[in-house]
Design a binder for this molecule. Structure first.
Ligand code: HPA
Length: 244
């Protein structure tokens, strides 16, 4: 079973109704929503809207642990995460798409590990390469088959939000090597690895990050780029599901 975690602009995966819906109990608490199950290219898909449906939880309030735990309980082993981001890399203007291969975590105060009990199991997972190459290569192959340009390597900078960054913060992130900036990439990627899930991200730029251009960032512009760019993302995700 393939899991898809939908971000802002993708609280419903397909226009059709799901085949079924099911909620799971998690020791981490309540997930953002029940899972919706679909069938695509003969594959079973479990879909979790990251912020709930309709859009509710702010990035720092999402129960990432419960969301991933429910997907795992449903039998998911491979996850495609869809994230809206701000662009720093020259190819990541509004509607640009990237499949990041690296990550820097600037978030704080979030439940960031499944190892939260004083006694019990502990594993220091390897995060040298934070995203699954298996899932990443399916996304890249899908984009190439569809002739949709994507940035094939990029560093995702995860910020705390919900406010956007200052121009100085983006300058710093750029110096650090960040190519795109979003609020939901972490701790999701690390938790997926702790849970033994193959996880990769497809990121859609919905604005130039702060200070990259001489304009203020408005929610109107963000929403316009979201609705224009998400169609390509969905097409890539569906093709990647067929490949996986
Ligand atoms: N910064 C952080 N997260 C975001 C942005 C941004 O500019 N755009 C969409 N998500």
């Amino acid at each position: 079973m393939i899991g898809i975690i939908g971000g802002t602009g993708l609280s419903r995966l397909f226009s059709a109704d799901p085949l079924s819906r099911r909620g799971f109990e998690s020791r981490f608490g309540k997930a953002s929503d029940d899972l919706s199950f679909y069938s695509e290219a003969g594959k079973e898909i479990a879909f979790m809207p990251r912020h709930g449906h309709p859009h509710r939880a702010a990035p720092h309030l999402i129960n990432y642990r419960a969301n991933l735990d429910c997907l795992k309980q449903a039998g998911v082993r491979k996850i495609i995460a869809v994230n809206a981001v701000g662009g720093i890399h020259p190819m990541m203007g509004p509607e640009g798409i990237a499949v990041p291969d690296q990550l820097i975590d600037y978030t704080y105060g979030r439940e960031h590990t499944i190892y939260d009990q004083e006694s019990g199991a502990l594993d220091h997972i390897d995060m040298s390469f934070p995203y699954s190459e298996l899932v990443r290569s399916a996304l890249l192959e899908a984009a190439s088959l569809l002739s949709i340009p994507v940035l094939e390597r990029a560093c995702y900078a995860a910020t705390q939000g919900p406010r956007l960054e200052t121009s100085a913060e983006i300058e710093r992130i750029k110096r650090d090597g960040g190519d795109l900036v979003g609020m939901t990439g972490m701790p999701e990627a690390a938790l997926a690895r702790e849970l033994g899930l193959d996880y990769a991200c497809i990121a859609l730029s919905v604005n130039w990050a702060a200070g990259m251009v001489d304009e203020v960032i408005t929610m109107e512009d963000i929403n316009a780029s979201l609705s224009k760019g998400m169609a390509n993302v969905i097409t890539i995700v569906r093709q990647a599901v067929a490949i996986l």
